[in-house]
Write a protein that binds this ligand. Sequence first.
Ligand code: AMP
Length: 524
Amino acid sequence: MDFLRLVETCEKVAKNTKKSKKIEILSHFLKTLEESEIPVAVLFITGSIFPEAESKSLDVGWKTIEKVGRDHQKTLLTTPLSILDIGDYFKKISSQRGEGSRKKKENLLQSLISRASPLERKYIFKSIFGEMRIGVSEGTMLEAISKASYLNLDLLRKALMFLGDLGEVARIALVEGKKGLEKINITLFIPIKPMLAEMANSLEEALQEHRKCALEFKYDGARIQIHKKGEKVVIFSRRLTNVTESLPEIVELSKSIKTKEVIAEGEIIAIDKSGRPFPFQYLMKRFKRVHDIERLKKSIPLKLYLFDILFVDGMSLVDETYEKRWKLLEEICPKDLLASRIITKDLKEARAFMGESIKSGHEGLMIKDLDSKYIPGKRGKKWLKVKTSVTLDAVIIAAEWGHGRRKEWLSNYHLAVRDEETGEFMMIGKTFKGLNDKEFQWMTQELLKLKIAESEFIITVKPKIIVEVAFSEIQRSPHYSSGFALRFARITRIREDLSIEDVDTLERVRNLYENQFKYKAKFL
Ligand code: AMP
């Protein structure tokens, strides 16, 4: 099918603001696609170029895009671009490596753009910048796939959790149907999206949420998923990237798990000689490195705390209760690898345990429902986190050049949260607080790579860098697109371990805003 048909559909979807209408248009369009076109089209419409699980990117800089956009000439008499051409171009651009790859990427992009009509060009650039803005979130697309395939939405969601690839889920649903989807399950050496926690308002409230709950230390580190079969161990990060090479000592530790096959989850933290946790930033150094590991192993030693198990010897455990999963974990893992935990509903005991966690340098507590299944990719109330301060994970969408000493740095950051309905990022405040000089430099360098547009003082960037932000209060604000503003916002850390889907939602901001009035008067 011609690519033009796809971008015309995008235009139609963008113009119809009603979600039901968007779903109808998309479902109709999906039914007209050939099997091989489905993954490319679905990913394109939802604003991604490659499936999340592949952690691939085009890796073309702003300068290249600007140059191609400026110099392009439409070649006359070319064959129209097809949907498959787009997939091929993107794959080729992303796979260029090493010397001369910049130029090759530029040539490929040039060739693609020269074959595109103005409308196609508009959408290719939108896609490269990660700025589709047609109001189709992953959830909307799932509904459209459900409508087109007459398959249950929950079945589709589950398949997506295990596969982590919306395009492939759409292909299986539309071509293989229910039988194909039902075959998708947890598989060794294919990472699944981790189950996530919601922030609780207080320890007291969290304790009342579940019939029976476990309280565990919340370690201030990085989530890992260990896949082991005999001597073969592969470790995935929270973003499903293979990080095995950076963590040789964790590979060795994993071999001490008694069963032949296992998929287990845990947190790793960096510790000093006395066993106290290092700040998160040190740990990230270990995660990104594949060279000089032996030296780093000594200067930044790691400690593993396991807290879940999803698969044992050919058997999926995701539908078992947490109580059962933990029991198994205890049976097959050395005790010193397990997260610290107690079982209680008593507030006094819980407070004492929270104190212990904080005193040991950790972040707070996780309160987990012992009756709950493992729900991949889901942030919900089955797991609650209790921290000493409330923070938001926001994404940087623009940045301003600094003044005086900070003149050379992009130092005032525009923060945004995700509108869960449309998938768009809505501004919620600005901050220049919280980073040190080195981090300002790093941030400037990274943001410049993501530049989409610029004016004298501000550059607009592709939403990619996520930061954890502390604040004193949330206020209503007519100035920002979210309708809210963070008062005294301060970056508490750069969250390189999170992906764009993890950015906090407008709904969470609304809830936090309302919650403030439990303790404060509301000015109506
Ligand atoms: P957050 O990143 O703030 O959404 O908090 C959830 C994260 O806390 C998880 O993804 C884990 O990386 C981390 N974590 C630390 N300790 C635990 C624990 N005992 N159980 C589950 N997650 C934990």
